[in-house]
Design a protein around this ligand. Sequence first.
Ligand code: SAH
Length: 496
Amino acid sequence: MFLTISTTGTQERPATDLGFLLHKHPDKAQAFSTSYGTAHVLYPEAGPERCTAALLLEVDAVALVRRGKGKGRGGAPDAALAQYVNDRPYAASSLLAVALSGVFSSAMRGVCDARPDRAAEPLPLRIEVPALPARGGAALVRALFEPLGWTVTADPVPLDAEFPQWGDSRYVRLVLESRALTLAAALRHLYVLLPVLDDAKHYWVSSDEVDKLLRAGEGWLSDHPEQHLITSRYLSRRWSLTRQARERLELVRLAETDDSEVEAIDNAVASETEEAERPTPLAVLRREAILAALGESGAARVLDLGCGQGQLVQALLKDVRFTEIVGVDVSMRALTIASRRLKLDRMGERQAARVKLFQGSLAYTDNRLAGYDAAVLSEVIEHLDLPRLPALEYAVFGAARPRTVVVTTPNVEYNVRWESLPAGHVRHGDHRFEWTRAEFQRWSGAVAARYGYGVGFRPVGPDDPEVGPPTQMAVFALDTAVSGTTQNIAKEERTA
Ligand code: SAH
């Protein structure tokens, strides 16, 4: 297993600086023992104009198998014969990536005390891997490296040079060239993409692999067009790890996204929901109706449960009657967008003291939700599977128990009035159900009775004589006669 890294230079900026960047002296051949064999670093050429470092990994295939690490994907042992006659010693693979990170760890982090300026700047690089196992072929090799700024040559290696009629092996001879990358970036690309192309990780993938992947992927993986394939293969297709990695990469991407893009996301979302129709979008009418109901209830401390991207929180913040506003959502992505919309990081201290966002699921009771005047569930209940709904009912009406609860949900009867909505379809792909007015009123009545609330209903949007309004709203008020003295005192204080 063999890989070379070359650079070019001048008398003033000699190519041999590569030795400083790699923390390996060009005049010495060095050997390092790794868990799979011995890694050698040597310099076939080292002059001011041209310098090449070679990393050669001598793998002990038998030791590899004996150590129990010669397992195929998913940890299942390969067939006995395959274990001894495997290609690990000969082909660049995930083992080479492991050696790379072991032997060049400082270089990978971009650390170079001797030549700090050179470590931070791009340099002319040529990397060659004579035999790279590439599941997906030369086309995938290009799709992985080209978006990162590499010029890629990937020549398929014939199965047997003397018998071209046997066709190509699954190996390519890879040459990468670039003048735009730092050495650290180049090494991090290889560290991730060699095992991705090999697609046969030799060791059991554990959850710290996600951290390793994100560290090595910093600055390039979050917007790589093949990000899905890379995360999935790197993490040996372990779904929970892959999902974790993608969620974290998405946060990285959002953090790098500027506000105009957040607005663009909003606009796209708005135009997806046909509710963005003129003159006044239904979403705006809904917020106005909710603000009115909250105002009438006299609430000052308000929960926005399933706050999504924070539009209602933003409207509540503009109204001084609301002294404390808490947005809760299960989606980190939504919360990240909400916090950027609200500009939480740039907010003055007094405003910031009024608002809080946190992640939580409404399907579980949560002490942090107790003690508020009012809670809003705006277009949220229909996102829960019906069997999960009683859990939310208990968490909100039974445990958190605010004096007022405002719930909105689509009125399915109105769907025939949406011109662009095909018959029988719900308004949003994630809606698990949409109710008629009778169904919503039946549910609300039952919840109110079970938890000691009174409930009234209001239309939101044009109230069609036949099919009713597009959005239906229920306003629950804690029935103080039923629920005991504390609430009575609170109510008396309020009316006094
Ligand atoms: N209230 C906002 C967003 C509605 S979309 C508005 O009116 O525009 C529904 C939101 O509920 C989504 O942001 C979704 O992430 C959130 N949600 C769905 N199930 C949830 C759960 N179990 N716990 C908390 N939030 C949930």
